[in-house]
Design a protein around this ligand. Structure first.
Ligand SMILES: Cc1ncc(C[n+]2csc(CCOP(=O)(O)OP(=O)(O)O)c2C)c(N)n1
Ligand SMILES: [Mg+2]
Length: 1021
């Protein structure tokens, strides 16, 4: 059936989009009216005059072009064979002949219809399905000049005006719409009229790239209806009402705050009725909750009219901003068009739908994966297994949708089992300009939505001036999503009536476009006139709605003057019972009862009896079981699995995602084991509690994306505090591919939007000779973004300490499995949430000394991890030589962080440097002033060394130095000049690429830290 797909590979047409800036504006090639209106004016002359006479061509050529005619000889032979024995031809040809030849023989009206004509007509219909959108009337300004493909010209198929009133039967096996076998015989004229209406009106349907026949037929059923779809009076009134709200909202803001930036929706006002319809229809089809992500354009209109943030609150924010109640943590706040909110909105069908608009930074599209992740989490928590109750909607700009890579990274998560949300609906507010950039400078593809084709998503391009078409496209998108559970795109082609923002002058750069815009009626005016023409609505009806809206807007404006923001407005995302930074949260222990450790330990170290793991994995699991049974030598992977398992037992959800996390990049985790004979997978952490929900523990290899996947996990972690959500980078340096998420959300989200986030990020880090790209997770960047004051020691008394709550995030570089276990559990066992950045180990995963005893994980008094307060994460690990509270004989105190500790310790042992003490700063941020001071006091005569393996301009040095100096000054131990640096010198690259150089450098720095007599202080050098 290759010919059947012919349409999708025809005519590679170069599309020239010449916008506005030259030549006549309205020179789109359109159908010639009256007599021959189906034949293109541009091509019909030459080609129609010499209408092709059918000539024999090999059938195979039909797959390449419609232009070559058909093979009559071949068909006739086939037909003869079929007449002799219908079974002698392929089933598809059998159907074909039954339909066409059979009909032709029995229906006098179509007796002149030849097989060739039928085939050519079929191809024409097919061409409309494939290319109809290229002739659709999409641009409200009429500026876009697109060439209409020749394939839509009936003359190309040998039809002339003389054929228009001849009757044709079209019917193809297992097809819907025009080509369905049930359609009656029609004249060519009627067929062409409906084709034009269906495919070349205000909506351009792009769906023939979808390989699934059922999906295409579903769409054809809705597009190729026997008569065009029309809304009744009642629906039209609702649409009108919504369009008036949308239009007046912007007008009102424009008159009250003439110079305020609001990134108005003018020119794209039909978005609002479209969205509302989409939500109503979605609610009718079972959606209960929608997570929305969008950027600046029209955001206030969406907030006010769709999400229903109180208008008085929006106006209040315009008039002078937010004045939160005294004493409350306010953070930095953010501009009004970035703030999120949520609301339960009643729908047309009488249901309620929960809407949340996620706060977003100005970085366009960065919110996309966050919205999808949050939606997925909502689905988990509401047991929405079909993914039909919770849905994500993303609103894009044309420039950003085409240009930002995270759009693709997000789209590409849509069908992955552990990331899918059952389809996101994308709406593009395509105002045909991005700030000052025209589409031809902003993208290489015909449409700004072309990236979505990679996903097999249908794309509905719709003229933004035709509100009913917008509403219809939005409705269809909602139905598609609930039917096929995949992404769908609505591209509203509109314009931007004013500049990029309200104080911008658009004519500097788009003079012709703005000349047209100045005289262009609004979508509301166009719709009002249309309704008046139909007589369905009177001028009085329209005025009534306008007056109602004006008076509500005025009332709300008056009320906004006395509006006092409530705590709920500002802190709406705080989970109930959770503490804000100004409320002290008690520090809790994280140790676990020994019997629980043993029980879960067995579960995570045991594989099913008949399971046949890889030999090496079998040994790993046998070793794990031994660690649990003996309570000794617990390694990193088991420490981590114990943290996950104990959190699961306590009823928390645990999710770990990232590239190759199931096995672990360094082949250490083996959280999913593969049967070597059957390929079956087994995940021990799925079997920690009785009848455990499959998703309660989720570990998932991700797509090869950092920005998209980290954003997704961030969104996921925002939904419910009782979840440990972790993103692991393959190597720490790859985290910079997700820099926007670190900068805009993780490090500053709470300060800007008061959203607490408990996300954990594991970034493999450490100098082991793997070269510049695999050594460093760029620790310095995370520390530089940390907001703990380097010159002020906060309250450190254990019962009053809220240092972490007040800090933007935590950065740790832990060195023992037990401490890793406790820092993960601490994320959940506290009354607030804070992002955790972990410099994760590589060679410590198998290091002989990097082991913990099970007794360090439990909460038993007297056990090694148990100190005055119980068993907790250790922010600093003191020297392990059994030093007393005062060690006057120690000549040097080496402070370090991370795996270099083990090398320093080994050197100390081998050189018997007993006068050197080594302390590990496990938590770098916020800085453990109290514990550092404790160690300074313990070694009153020691010179102080900061040792790191990173270059001087990297690693923790520049973060540590001022803080350590502050701690030293406070206990009279000197200042910055007294901090001696040992580490690599400044460097542009993070590490050497030569292994031998690495080894030499590493040995030298370790040697210098432990054995050298004097260390030249870089600050004094
Ligand atoms: C990642 C990113 N790059 C650049 C900008 C600056 N910027 C803000 S709006 C804008 C134009 C966006 O155009 P489009 O996506 O078409 O949306 P429109 O403003 O036209 O609605 C640009 C370049 C930004 N906010 N984010
Ligand atoms: Mg734009």
């Amino acid at each position: 059936m290759t010919w059947f797909r012919a349409g999708s590979s025809v005519a590679k047409l170069a599309i020239r989009r010449t916008l506005s800036q030259g030549g006549s504006n309205a020179s789109r090639t359109r159908l010639v009216p009256s007599g021959n209106r189906y034949f293109h004016s541009t091509i019909s002359k030459s080609k129609a005059q010499s209408a092709p006479v059918p000539r024999a061509v090999p059938l195979s050529r039909l797959t390449d072009s419609f232009l070559d005619g058909t093979s009559s000889v071949y068909l006739e032979e086939l037909q003869r064979a079929w007449e002799a024995d219908p079974n002698s031809v392929d089933e598809s040809w059998d159907n074909f002949f039954r339909n066409f030849v059979g009909q032709a023989a029995t229906t006098p009206g179509i007796s002149g219809q030849t097989i060739q004509e039928s085939m050519r007509l079929l191809l024409l219909v097919r061409a409309y399905q494939v290319y109809g959108h290229m002739k659709a009337n999409l641009d409200p300004l009429g500026l876009e000049k697109r060439e209409i493909p020749d394939d839509l010209d009936p003359a190309l198929y040998g039809f002339s005006e003389a054929d228009l009133d001849r009757e044709f039967f079209l019917g193809v096996w297992r097809m819907s719409g025009f080509l369905s076998e049930n359609r009656p015989v029609q004249t060519l004229r009627a067929i062409l009229t409906r084709l034009e209406q269906a495919y070349c009106g205000s909506i351009g349907f792009e769906y023939m790239h979808i390989a699934d026949r059922e999906q295409c037929n579903w769409l054809r059923d809705r597009i190729e209806t026997p008569i065009p779809m029309a809304y009744n009076r009642q629906r039209r009134e609702v649409i009108l009402d919504r369009l008036i709200w949308s239009t007046q909202f912007e007008n009102f803001l424009a008159t009250k705050w003439t110079a305020a930036k609001r990134f108005g929706l003018e020119g794209g006002e039909t978005l609002i009725p479209g969205m509302k319809e989409m939500f109503d229809r979605s609610a009718d089809l079972g959606v209960e909750s929608i997570v929305i992500g969008m950027s600046h354009r029209g955001r206030l209109n969406v907030l006010g009219n769709v999400v229903r943030k109180p208008l008085r609150q929006i106006f209040n924010e315009f008039s002078g901003g937010i004045k939160p109640a005294e004493g409350l943590y306010t953070g930095t706040g953010d501009v009004k068009y970035h703030l999120g909110t949520s609301y339960d909105r009643p729908t047309r069908g009488g249901k309620r739908i929960h809407l949340s608009l996620v706060a977003n930074p100005s970085h366009l599209e960065a919110v996309d994966p966050v919205v999808v992740g949050k939606t997925r989490a909502k689905q988990y928590y509401s047991n929405d297994v079909d993914r039909t109750k919770n849905m994500g909607i993303l609103i894009h700009g044309d420039g950003s949708f085409a240009g930002q890579g995270v759009v693709y990274e997000t789209l590409h998560l849509s069908a992955l089992p552990n990331y899918t949300t059952g389809g996101t609906i994308h709406i593009v507010v395509n105002n045909q300009v991005a700030f000052t950039t025209d589409p031809q400078s902003g993208r290489s593809s015909q449409y700004c939505t072309d990236v979505a084709k990679a996903l097999n998503a249908p794309i509905f391009h719709v003229n933004g001036d035709d509100v009913e078409a917008v509403v219809h496209a939005c409705e269809l998108a909602a139905e598609w999503r609930q039917t096929f559970h995949t992404d769908v795109v609505v591209d509203i082609v509109c314009y931007r009536r004013f500049g990029h923002n309200e104080i911008d002058e658009p004519s500097f750069t788009q003079p012709k476009m703005y000349k047209v815009i100045r005289n262009h009626p609004s979508a509301l005016e166009i719709y009002q006139n249309k309704l008046l023409e139909t007589g369905q609505v009177t001028k009085e009806d329209i005025d009534k709605i306008h007056n109602k809206v004006t008076s509500i807007l005025n009332e709300e404006f008056l009320a906004s003057k006395d509006y006092v923001p409530q705590k709920g407005d500002w802190l709406s995302a705080f989970w109930s019972g959770f503490k804000s930074p100004e409320q002290l949260s008690r520090i809790r222990n994280t140790g676990v009862k020994p019997e629980i450790l043993k029980n879960v330990g067995k579960a995570i170290a045991t594989l099913p009896e008949n399971f046949k793991p890889h030999r090496a994995v079998k040994k790993i699991f046998a070793d794990r079981l031994k660690m649990i049974e003996t309570g000794e030598g617990v390694d990193w992977a088991v420490g981590e699995a114990l943290a996950f398992a104990t959190l699961l037992v306590e009823g928390n959800h645990v999710r770990l995602s990232g590239q190759d996390v199931e096995r672990g990049t360094f082949s250490h985790r083996h959280s999913v084991v593969h049967d070597q004979e059957t390929g079956e997978r087994y995940c021990p952490l799925d079997h920690v509690v009785m009848n455990q929900n499959e998703e309660m523990f989720t570990v998932s290899n991700s797509s090869l994306s950092e920005f998209g996947v980290l954003g997704f996990e961030l969104g996921y972690s925002m939904e419910n505090p009782n979840s440990l959500v972790i993103w692991e980078a393959q190597f720490g340096d790859f985290a910079n591919g997700a820099q926007v998420i670190f900068d805009q959300f993780l490090s500053s989200g709470e300060a800007k939007w008061l959203r607490q986030i408990g996300l954990v990020v594991l970034l493999p880090h450490g100098y082991d000779g793997q070269g510049p790209e695999h050594s460093s997770a760029r620790l310095e960047r995370f520390l530089q973004m940390s907001d703990d004051n380097p010159f002020v020691i906060p309250e450190m008394e254990p019962t009053l300490r809220n240092q972490i709550q007040k800090c933007n995030w935590q950065v740790v570089n832990v060195t023992t499995p037990a401490n890793y276990f406790h820092v993960l559990r601490r994320q959940i066992h506290r009354e607030f949430r804070k992002p955790l950045i972990v410099m994760a180990p590589k060679n410590l995963l198998r290091h002989k000394d990097c082991k913990s005893n099970l007794s360090e994980f439990d909460d038993v008094q007297g056990h090694p991890g148990f100190d005055k307060q119980g068993t907790r994460f250790k922010r600093l690990i003191k020297d392990q030589s059994g030093h007393s509270d005062l060690e006057e004989g120690i000549r040097r105190l080496v402070l370090c962080s991370g795996k270099v500790y083990y090398e320093l310790d080994e050197k100390r042992k081998s050189t018997e440097s007993k006068d050197v003490a080594i302390c590990r700063v496990e938590q770098l941020c916020p800085f453990p002033y109290d514990l550092i001071q404790r160690e300074l006091k313990r070694y009153p005569n020691a010179e102080i060394v900061w040792c790191q393996e990173e270059p001087m301009n990297m690693g923790a040095y520049s973060y540590i130095a001022p803080r350590l100096a502050t701690a030293m000054k406070a206990v009279d131990r000197g200042n910055l000049d007294n901090i001696n640096y040992v580490g690599r010198g400044p460097s542009a690259a993070t590490a050497t690429g030569f292994y031998t150089v690495h080894v030499k450098e590493q040995a030298a720095l370790v040697e210098k830290a432990i054995t050298s007599d004097s260390i030249t202080n870089p600050t004094l050098a």
